[in-house]
Design a protein. Structure first.
Length: 497
C-alpha cells in the first residue's frame, strides 16, 4: 500500500507540470491583449519553457541520481510554485519570457524524478507498467483539468490566475511527499560534470533556436550560427560522455535498439501534436468564437482517451506486442491529425471531439508503452538519466513542434490580404497575430473591421490545416520507423530482485 500512496504523491508533480502547460494555450488571447507581445514574442512565451526544460532534463536527471531523487523533486516543486507567482504577475512580454524560462529550470527537476522514483519503488514489471500508466494518465488528466479549470478562472479572474493554481498543488506535494516518498539515488554516482551540463544546455537551446529562426525568418547568419553552435556543443557533449568515468548520460544506452526506437517515437509523436495543440485553443476562441471554458471542454476527449489507454497500455503491449501497441498508437494520432486538415470555422463539436478522442487513445497508448520500454532497458541506478532522456524527447518534441508547426501557421497567416483603406499601423498589428487582428478590427468601422477579421480568420485556418497535414505526415512516418526499430521488443514479466 505504501508504494501506491507514494505514487499518488508523484502524480501531483505530474499534474503540476501538465496543468501549467495546457493552461497557457487558453490564456494566450488574454495575455496577448494585456501584454501585447509580437508574434515572435508570443511564440517564445509558448516555447521557451520547453526549450529550457529540454536543455536541462538530462542534467537534472543525473543530478537526482547523485543527490537523491526525492530531495530534487521537493526542491523543484517548491521552486516551481514560487516562480508560478512571477509568471502570474508578469507585466511585459520580456518579463513573461524570463518567468517562463525560470519555470523551465524548476520543471526540469520534476518529471525525471517522478519517473525514476517509479522505477525504484515498483520492482514487479506488471505493477510498474500500471504505475507508469497511472503516471501517464495523470499527465493526460492534467491536460484535461488545465483547460477546464483555466477556462473557469479566465472567465472570472485575470489571466495570471491560471498560474496561481499551481500553488495549492505544490503545497500538498511538498508536505505529503516529505512523509511518504522514499529516497533513492545511485550508490556510486561519481562527480557531477558541470561542463557537460553547460554543453547539453547550450546545445539543445541553440539547435532549437536555429530551427525556429530558419522556419520563421528563413536561413540567415543568426539561425545558421545558432545551429552550428548547437550541433558543435552536442557533438562535444557526446564525445565527452564517452571519456568520463561517471558520465551525465551513458551513451551506450542508445545501442539498445528498443531504447532508441522508444525515444524516437516519443520525440516525433509530441512534435506532431504540440504545435497544433498550442494553436487549437486560439482557433476555438478566436475563429469559432467560443469561450475559454467551452474550448477547454471541447479538448477534454483527448485527455479521456489518453487516460483510458494509458492505464491499459501494459496489458495491451503484453497481449499483442510492444511493436503493435506503439505503431498502432502512432497511427491513431496520425489519423486525428489528418482529420484536422478538414477543420473549419463551421466544424461541429462532435466531429472535433471524435478526432481528439482518437488522437488521445493513440497518444496514451504509445507514450505509456515507450516510457515503460525506456525504464525497463536500464539498471535502476541509472533510472534518473534514462527518465531524463524520455522527458527530453518529450520536451524537445514540444519545443520543435511549436517552433516548426507554429511557424507554418504563422507564416501562412501573415499572407492574408488586408481590405482596402485600412491604415498601415492597424494592418501591421493584424498581420502580427490573430489576437492582434481581433484588437485591430475593433478600431475600424464595423463593415471594414468585419472584413479584416474574416480574412485573418480564414488565413489562420489555412495555416492550421497545413500544419495538421505536416503533423499527419510526421506521425505516419514515425509509425513506419517504430515498426522496424521495436521489432521483437517485449515488456518484462518477472519480478526484479
Amino acid at each position: 500500500m505504501g508504494r501506491w500512496l507514494a505514487l499518488a504523491v508523484l502524480v501531483l508533480a505530474v499534474l503540476l507540470v501538465a496543468v501549467d502547460a495546457t493552461v497557457l494555450g487558453l490564456a494566450t488571447p488574454f495575455l496577448s491583449e494585456d501584454l501585447q507581445p509580437s508574434a515572435t514574442q508570443l511564440l517564445w512565451i509558448g516555447d521557451v519553457y520547453s526549450f529550457v526544460i529540454a536543455g536541462l532534463l538530462v542534467s537534472m536527471g543525473s543530478l537526482g541520481d547523485r543527490i537523491g531523487r526525492k530531495k530534487l523533486l521537493l526542491l523543484g516543486a517548491t521552486a516551481f510554485g514560487a516562480v508560478s507567482v512571477l509568471n502570474a504577475y508578469a507585466s511585459s512580454p520580456e518579463m513573461m519570457i524570463l518567468a517562463r524560462a525560470l519555470l523551465g529550470v524548476a520543471g526540469a527537476t520534476l518529471m525525471p524524478s517522478t519517473l525514476a522514483l517509479i522505477r525504484n519503488i515498483f520492482h514487479d514489471p506488471k505493477e510498474r507498467s500500471l504505475a507508469v500508466g497511472v503516471w501517464g494518465a495523470a499527465a493526460s488528466a492534467g491536460a484535461a483539468v488545465g483547460p477546464v479549470v483555466g477556462g473557469f478562472l479566465l472567465e472570472n479572474f485575470w489571466w495570471g490566475s491560471v498560474f496561481l493554481i499551481n500553488l495549492p498543488v505544490m503545497a500538498v506535494l511538498v508536505l505529503v511527499g516529505i512523509k511518504l516518498l522514499p529516497e533513492s539515488r545511485d550508490p556510486n554516482p561519481g562527480p557531477w560534470d558541470l561542463l557537460s551540463v553547460a554543453l547539453s544546455l547550450v546545445g539543445v537551446i541553440a539547435v532549437i533556436y536555429g530551427v525556429k529562426e530558419a522556419a520563421v525568418n528563413g536561413f540567415h547568419w543568426g539561425s545558421v550560427a545558432a545551429g552550428v553552435l548547437g550541433i558543435g556543443a552536442l557533438v562535444w557533449f557526446v564525445r565527452r560522455q564517452r571519456t568520463l568515468d561517471s558520465p551525465l548520460l551513458d551513451i551506450r544506452l542508445f545501442h539498445h535498439r528498443g531504447f532508441s526506437g522508444a525515444v524516437l517515437a516519443d520525440l516525433l509523436t509530441i512534435l506532431g501534436l504540440s504545435g497544433l495543440v498550442f494553436f487549437l485553443s486560439q482557433f476555438l476562441q478566436l475563429v469559432q468564437g467560443r469561450s475559454p471554458l467551452e474550448a477547454g471542454l471541447i479538448e477534454l476527449p483527448a485527455a479521456v482517451g489518453a487516460v483510458a489507454t494509458g492505464l491499459a497500455a501494459g496489458t495491451i503491449a503484453r497481449r499483442t506486442s510492444v511493436r503493435a501497441a506503439v505503431t498502432g498508437g502512432l497511427a491513431a494520432v496520425g489519423l486525428a491529425l489528418a482529420a484536422c486538415v478538414l477543420l473549419g470555422a463551421d466544424t461541429r463539436v462532435v466531429s472535433l471531439g471524435i478526432a481528439l478522442f482518437v488522437g488521445g487513445l493513440g497518444a496514451g497508448l504509445s507514450f505509456t508503452v515507450t516510457s515503460d520500454v525506456i525504464l525497463s532497458s536500464v539498471p535502476k541506478e541509472q533510472a534518473g538519466a534514462a527518465s531524463a532522456v524520455s522527458e527530453t524527447a518529450y520536451e524537445l518534441g514540444a519545443a520543435l513542434g511549436i517552433a516548426l508547426l507554429g511557424s507554418v501557421v504563422t507564416g501562412i497567416y501573415r499572407g492574408f490580404q488586408v481590405p482596402a483603406g485600412v491604415p498601415a499601423d492597424i494592418a501591421a498589428a493584424a498581420h502580427d497575430s490573430l489576437g492582434g487582428a481581433v484588437e485591430a478590427a475593433a478600431k475600424l468601422p464595423p463593415d471594414q473591421g468585419e472584413a479584416l477579421l474574416a480574412a485573418a480568420r480564414h488565413s489562420f485556418t489555412d495555416g492550421f490545416q497545413t500544419a495538421a497535414g505536416v503533423g499527419w505526415a510526421v506521425l505516419f512516418a514515425t509509425a513506419i520507423a517504430a515498426s522496424f526499430m521495436l521489432r521483437g521488443e517485449k515488456l518484462a514479466d518477472e519480478i526484479e530482485h
